[in-house]
Unconditional design. Structure first.
Length: 227
């Protein structure tokens, strides 16, 4: 971590102060650690990333726990994780099933998170400084859903003209109907904006903004929606 360069932005604006008041509880810490791909990966989360300081929301680990708290407890009826319910309910279950190996790294600034697939050798997800410090708590939760979706599907199109993600570059999804990582990402943000609980109105507005940004920029064919 000594080589990572980052600053900690306003933790009220990012939601880290709000969610940080809940996560510092051994029951949550154990639940997250053993269910979301951290276990066995201590070497990726110590040395400044927060393993020795997991309630400190200025550090990557606690900021990831904040996102996992949001993911697990934002549905009014959060005990219901049925696939027939909205993604606000089952998103936490989906991420739990798919994220088996979660690693924290500095990154080179070109991506905020990345999914690596090794054919028969397994897969892992890396989270970088942009994930921890440029994204709000709800955006981090949606990114975890995004990367979890990559266990099943990659991107299949280039970004459309005018896209803030880089027009013409690969990394887009062809359409909403492709049900790729961008669709899961935006759908989670949409449901959180519409029906999220145990949160703040500011966090809901962040979800709406990011959801619309994705809808407008990450699909080769515009889905035709606006949140
Ligand atoms: Zn992706």
């Amino acid at each position: 971590m000594a080589t990572c360069t980052y600053t900690v932005p306003d933790k009220n604006a990012s939601g880290d102060n709000f969610y940080g008041q809940f996560i510092c509880d051994q029951a949550y810490i154990d639940f997250f650690w053993f269910n979301y791909g951290f276990n066995g990966n201590k070497k990726y989360w110590d040395d400044g990333f927060g393993w020795h300081d997991c309630c400190n929301t200025s550090k990557p680990l606690a900021r990831t726990f904040n996102a996992l708290y949001l993911l697990n407890y934002s549905a009014e009826d959060y005990m219901n994780e049925s696939w027939d319910s909205p993604i606000l309910n089952w998103g936490c279950r989906y991420a739990r099933n798919k994220l088996n190996d979660l690693r924290s790294k500095c990154g080179d600034g070109s991506a905020w998170a990345k999914h690596f697939d090794y054919w028969i050798f397994g897969s892992h997800v890396e989270l970088y400084m942009g994930f921890f410090y440029s994204e709000s708590v709800v955006e981090r939760a949606a990114t975890l859903i995004h990367e979890a979706r990559h266990e099943d599907k990659g991107h299949n199109a280039n970004f459309p003209s005018g896209s803030v993600f880089g027009a013409g570059n690969s990394g887009a999804d062809s359409s909403w109907g492709y049900k790729g990582a961008w669709m899961y990402d935006a759908l989670y943000l949409w449901w959180f904006y519409a029906a999220g609980t145990r949160t703040t109105s500011a966090m809901k507005q962040r979800a709406r903004q990011r959801g619309n940004l994705i809808i407008d920029n990450a699909f080769a064919t515009h889905p035709g929606y606006s949140i």
